[in-house]
Structure formats: C-alpha cells, structure tokens
Design a protein around this ligand. Structure first.
Ligand code: NI
Length: 226
C-alpha cells in the first residue's frame, strides 16, 4: 500500500512538473498550412469587362511559435514562419493571374483551462495579425487576357500586381501534449481575418479590388519548454 501511495505521489508530481508554469518559455517548430477560405470582389477592367475576382491557393511552410507563460494558465504567443507563396487564379476562368509571397505574424493571448493538471494542455486564443505581401508577380496568362480585353496585340500589356498590408483579428484553438518535462507535441488551428486590396496596374489603367483571404491556418509541431 505504501508503495502504491509513493508511486501515485511520484506520478502526480511528475505530471505537475510537466504542466506549463508562469515564466516558462516554449518554442515550437513544425509544418504550417495557410488555406484561404475567403473571396474576392469582382474586377472591373476599365469599364470594358467585369472579371469574377480571384482565387488564392493554399501553401505549406515551416511554422514557428514562441510562447511566454505570463501566468500558469495564460500564455502570450507569437506565430512566425518562412514566407508563404500563394498562386492566384481568376475565379471560374482557366487563367493564372499571378502569385504572391507573404508573412503573417500573429500575436495571441492564450488561455489554458487545465493549467497545472497534466500532460494534455488544450488552449484557446485571440490575437492580432498583420500580413505583409511581397514579390507579387503577374502571370503572362493574365497579360494575354488583358491584351484581348483591351483589343491590343498579344504581348502589349505588362501588368504589375501589388497587395496592401492587412491588419486583422485571429482566433485560435490548440493543444500541447507533454512527452516529458521538456518536449511536447502541438496541434493548432487559427482563423485569421486577412482583408487586403489588390492593385493591378498597366500602362493605361489601374484596377483596384478587395480580396478577403481569411485563411484557416493548420500547424503541427514539436515544442520544447525552457
Ligand atoms: Ni475578412
């Protein structure tokens, strides 16, 4: 009996040691997939034709999250990653519009309801995202489509694309599963409100339209607690 009590206490202590505590730092690295769920305004090409907008494809990159435990049950997390690259197509048309890279750093406050009670630590979070777009490219298929719309010889239009930096809110659920005192598995899902304005510029006209990217971000990672 005594032995069982000692074992039970040891088990309890070990699981207490594994729970997150105020002052802990956690670093996680894994795969992050950004899957756009939003939609785009239609595109009025200088009054000549209205295109049905654009679709933005998903991409997977190396995701990094860093957490500082401000309290035993409240963490502050920064999501970072290597740059995502998204293909952009004209909606409902077999025309590639281009592609863009972006970085979507997101700072969240997280609540761990089961803090102090074991290896499995689910959490919910709310945060602020900014998404910075860069290296926007126009595909030649879009240039050729614009040539045709405007009635110019193929190869005339040389458009450029730019996407405005966005600011928006993020919501998150996730969990840490402690493998031992330091190492953990993590799964996390964010919904991020990313609303940007696209600008397609040609020598003759500039077209602006709103694009709501509003992705779900999925991440699976391995973490280490200091
Ligand atoms: Ni939105």
């Amino acid at each position: 009996m005594k032995k069982i009590i000692v074992m039970a206490v040891a088990l309890l202590l070990s699981s207490v040691a594994m729970a997150h505590e105020q002052g802990d730092w956690i670093l996680r690295a894994g795969l992050a997939n950004v899957d756009p769920k939003g939609d785009s305004d239609s595109i009025d090409v200088a009054g000549l034709v209205t295109l049905p907008g654009v679709d933005v494809a998903d991409d997977t990159q190396l995701g990094l999250t860093g957490v500082y435990m401000w309290r035993d049950n409240i963490g502050i997390e920064l999501l970072a990653s290597t740059p995502f690259t998204h293909d952009i197509d004209l909606s409902n048309l077999p025309v590639k519009a281009g592609d863009t890279k972006h970085l979507p750093p997101t700072l969240s406050v997280q609540y761990f309801p089961m803090a102090g009670s074991g290896d499995f630590q689910p959490y919910i979070g709310v945060g602020l995202n900014t998404t910075i777009f860069f290296d926007e490219d126009v595909d030649n298929e879009l240039n050729l489509a614009l040539d045709e719309i405007v009635g110019l010889p193929a190869g005339t239009v040389d458009a450029s694309l730019s996407l405005k930096q966005s600011w928006g809110l993020a919501a998150q659920v996730g969990f840490d599963y402690m493998l031992n005192e330091h190492w953990m598995l993590n799964g996390a899902v964010w919904y991020i409100d990313i609303d940007t304005e696209a600008k397609i510029k040609t020598a003759v006209a500039t077209v602006k339209f709103d694009v709501d990217i509003d992705p779900v971000v999925y991440m699976l990672s391995i973490g280490y607690k200091f």
